[in-house]
Design a protein around this ligand. Sequence first.
Ligand code: SF4
Ligand code: SF4
Length: 363
Amino acid sequence: MDWQALLAQLRGWAAELGFSQIGVSGIELGNAEAGLLEWLDAGFHGSMAYMQAHGVKRARPAELVPGTLSVITARMDYLPRETPAGWQAIEWQRLEDPARAQVSVYARGRDYHKVLRTRLQRLADKLAEAIGPFGHRVFTDSAPVLEVELATRSGIGWRGKHTLALHREGGSMFFLGEIFVDLALPSTEAVSAHCGQCTACIDVCPTQAIVAPHRVDARRCISYLTIEHDGEIPVELRPAIGNRVYGCDDCQLACPWNKFAQPARLADFDARPELEEGDLLRFWQWDEAEFLRRLEGSAMRRIGLRRWRRNLAVVSGNALRRRADPALLRVLHEALNEALNDADPLVAEHIEWAIAQAPSISG
Ligand code: SF4
Ligand code: SF4
């Protein structure tokens, strides 16, 4: 097998499927194991018990999928195709608007899990057509896999101080996917890191979740708190959440390399207008059925109405505290009081906190 020719072919198929980069990593992730254990020991994974459950298996691909000899890594850019130049400035401005509930850029389109998995599988099928059947399994954003580690080892990028992979020609606005294969493929070369003395992501983080370069305390991270975390959002962190209702992009918005972020090749990641618009009051109008209907095919559906309303309450409390537009505040106050009627204890506590941010506004 002429591997270089095959790799070129693989890259061609990958490009047709919407991927912008392909690499190959070995499975010896020994160094990463110690870092992973330290992170877990420090409790930085918060309530993500599944992170701990998989333990060191995560750093040992051959234990996760027996027979694995190499991992094909893939990058898929997700900035919506119509993203204008200078999009970061628009996003920063949106974060200042108390009438908005801001959804992270990656979540405004179709659920990426399905898009990536299907296309990784097609890529594996193409390879099988060319070389014959082989054992494999595809992953994307999967807890047991050390995705960034595999990506950085195979040259998809380097690990930024915010812990995400980033690339000089692609920034960090991309998803990662992997195909674990039982083929011994030569690894592609890692790229050198270019964070230098920059600390923009660390400095900008609203909750100081990046506790040291390359180390995020998930318990403080807004992405984790609004998406993964199922319980109460710590009261002391609520003000810093601002209007971020689902995820947080700040460390990526601040990263100078994201001026090179590429738009998606696929229409799947085009933003749904109402998720981009982020109308806080309209979001409060969604009941269970509406929540499920509006978020059909979106990754956001996974958090369920309860976490969604918990997050809306935090965003609303922050809007009330800012006392920006009196008309907005009055309607928001009404929406909160109405939502309180059928709220379960968790959501009720967050709504009561929100109302207490501006108790003088009458409903
Ligand atoms: S996603 Fe937001 S909260 Fe989390 S580390 Fe980045 S800037 Fe901080
Ligand atoms: S903001 Fe600066 S330190 Fe953070 S990932 Fe980007 S280049 Fe690296």
